[in-house]
Design a protein around this ligand. Structure first.
Ligand code: BGC
Ligand code: BGC
Length: 598
């Protein structure tokens, strides 16, 4: 009998010892190539179900936009199901784990409920709500047979220029940890082995939100084919900080997430004082696994190990020896399997390291109940009215009223002018990681725009809309609503040195201003934007973040059917100079915790 503690996660519900016993039994029957294949995660387009069967591959993923065509819930279930069946046909029939970026709902799927991105959930500060949101995300994800969400991101985002700021709950480690833990509980549910629970994945370990502008270090040999390297400025960069800062700020949410039972962690592309996390044995093995007692498995990020060295074999050796258990290859999986086998045969990788990795992967699969063989799914749970109502509630709770001149809100006028493309665009209100990796604009998935919702909420009012704010010269109304928006982005393609509201968006506000007595500015963005003198020219300013498909939540707070309760989850800089000095001591336009109640 070992003294191995029962982990935090599985607590009284799933017997971890039983899961580990299953893992040990299965492990004993595996050949070295089968173990290597179990450590492999391949992109759904890079292997067929037959290849999964042939090798006994452990995991398949959909990256951002990794969708079937046409992109429907039924086709998702079919696509995932074909891979699950492939694994069943492998020599040992070890069940496959299918992973996807369900980061604000099952966000690749047309018709799924898209919840606010994490920055908006951060503004709610409400862990009960966050748990319910992630529970619904789990239910929709599992409904397509995928039992692994690459979520939650628990980055503590210091610099809003980072293209992933919106994936973070905010700049406060305590808040991020608290809400990250709630997300884990929601995803994994009270019973991780229930068919509607999914494996959570804390990411990106560790310090991805603290990197410095100008230190992005995507390796050029991985980027030759797309030229992206030049667009990365801070994402995948270097955290330059002492260990105390690393622990107090960036490690803290992992402590909370592991305690909440998270059974997978994704390594970060970023570096700590120049050392890439994907090869960081001390942080992955000594700190995460040994010190924090993390008993799940660590997965690498998309081609993340390829950045370690120009030689693919060296990459595998470095990553596996650092403590990475599963590799998101995601393309050249046969080469990866060969390299693991060679590594063990030549003594570069200890057999016990491979056994440890596979044992971890298998015990998580057992904890998820995958060996029980029940994978019947029904896509009926996707985009339900109950989930959309929950999303609407979350959207309303996430809206932060930054400024308010008495008497402006709630909107009661019988004539309202609405301007800005963001007022009537599902894609813009969803942001990146929605249907496509970079997101999109227009009706990319069913939902309710803010304009539609305002019209529904004020059936007796005349609600006129001009996307560019250019109403006929004689038009005038007591109140106008300008909805300005950032264009969607994801990862380093959203790194942006200039956070001033784009000129075309400022122009919309200016055009509308001349037609109305009171002007309400609604800002759709993944991060604080420098609003300049618009602050003085608007009568109310609302940070709506990236609300997702249910724009009605914004209409609810604007029309007063729900109160404004959201507060800033991060500081909001007042000027471009403050943006350039993210850590600097300055007085923000609005501080963390700010939010006017109406
Ligand atoms: C991102 C991860 C994501 C993975 C799979 C990577 O580029 O950094 O957050 O989970 O791709 O799409
Ligand atoms: C994939 C994303 C991934 C990214 C990494 C994209 O092609 O769709 O999921 O995160 O590449 O660079």
């Amino acid at each position: 009998m070992t003294t191995q503690p029962r982990t935090h996660l599985v607590g009284d519900v799933v017997d971890l010892e039983a899961s580990q016993a299953i893992a040990r039994t299965v492990l004993d029957t595996m050949t070295l190539p089968e173990k290597a294949a179990q450590m492999t995660q391949v992109d759904k387009g890079a292997a067929t179900p037959d290849q999964v069967a042939e090798h006994g591959i452990g995991s398949v993923l959909s990256g951002g936009g990794g969708n079937p065509s046409p992109n429907t819930p039924a086709n998702w279930a079919g696509m995932v199901g074909d891979f699950l069946d492939g694994a069943k046909r492998s020599r040992l029939g070890i069940p496959l784990l299918y992973g996807t970026d369900a980061v604000h709902g099952h966000s690749n799927v047309v018709g799924a409920t898209m919840f606010p991105h994490n920055v908006g959930l951060g503004a709610t500060g409400n862990e009960d709500l966050v748990e319910r949101v992630y529970r619904a995300t789990a239910v929709e994800t599992a409904a397509t047979g995928a039992r692994w969400a690459f979520a939650p991101t628990v980055a503590v985002s210091i610099d809003p220029r980072w293209g992933r700021s919106y994936e973070s709950f905010g700049d406060d480690p305590e808040l991020v940890g608290r809400l990250g833990a709630a997300a884990v509980r929601g995803l994994q549910g009270s019973r991780p082995d229930a068919p509607d629970s999914v494996l959570a994945c804390l990411k990106h370990y560790v310090g991805d939100g603290g990197t410095e502008w100008g230190t992005a270090s995507r390796a050029e040999w991985t980027d030759w084919w797309n030229g992206w390297g030049t667009q990365w400025h801070i994402d995948q960069g270097d955290l330059r900080a002492d260990e105390m800062t690393l622990r107090r700020t960036h490690l803290r949410p992992y402590v909370a997430g592991v305690e909440a039972g998270a059974l997978s962690v994704m390594a970060s592309y970023s570096s700590w004082n120049g050392d890439k996390l994907h090869a960081h044995r001390r942080l992955i093995t000594d700190v995460l696994k040994d010190e924090l007692g993390f008993s799940g498995f660590v997965v690498s990020d998309w081609m993340g190990i390829d950045q370690l060295d120009p030689d693919p074999y060296r990459c595998v050796v470095m990553a596996v020896n650092a403590g990475i258990d599963m590799v998101m290859v995601p393309f050249e999986f046969e080469r990866f399997i060969r390299n693991v086998v060679t590594g063990v045969e030549t003594g570069d990788i200890a057999p016990s390291r491979v056994d440890d990795a596979v044992r971890r992967i298998l015990s998580v699969k057992a904890a998820l109940g995958l060996f029980d063989g029940t994978d019947e799914v029904s896509t009926d749970a996707i985009g339900t009215s109950a989930h959309r109502a929950l999303a609407r509630e979350a959207v309303a709770a996430s809206a932060v009223l930054l400024e308010h001149r008495a008497g402006t809100l709630p909107l009661t006028a019988d004539h309202i002018l609405v301007a800005g493309q963001g007022a009537d665009d599902i894609g813009l209100q969803c942001g990146g990681w929605t249907i496509e990796w970079q997101g999109g604009s227009g009706p990319i998935t069913p939902g309710t725009t803010i304009l539609q919702a305002l019209r529904d909420a004020r059936p007796g009012s005349r609600v006129e809309f001009a996307s560019d704010g250019a109403f006929a010269p004689a038009t005038s109304a007591p109140v106008g609503v300008a909805v300005v928006a950032e264009r969607p982005y994801a990862e380093g393609l959203g790194d942006r040195g200039d956070l001033r509201l784009a000129a075309d968006q400022v122009a919309v506000v200016e055009r509308l201003r001349s037609h109305v007595d009171r002007l309400v500015l609604v800002v759709i963005s993944g991060r604080p934007l420098v609003l300049g003198d618009l602050v003085d020219r608007c009568d109310a300013i609302v940070a709506a973040w990236l609300p997702g498909t249910e724009g009605a939540g914004i209409a609810d707070v604007l029309t007063g059917s729900r109160p404004f309760t959201g507060t800033l989850p991060r500081r909001w800089p007042a000027s471009a100079a403050q943006v350039d000095a993210p850590a600097g001591p300055w007085t923000p336009a609005w501080d963390r915790g700010h939010g006017v109640a109406v």
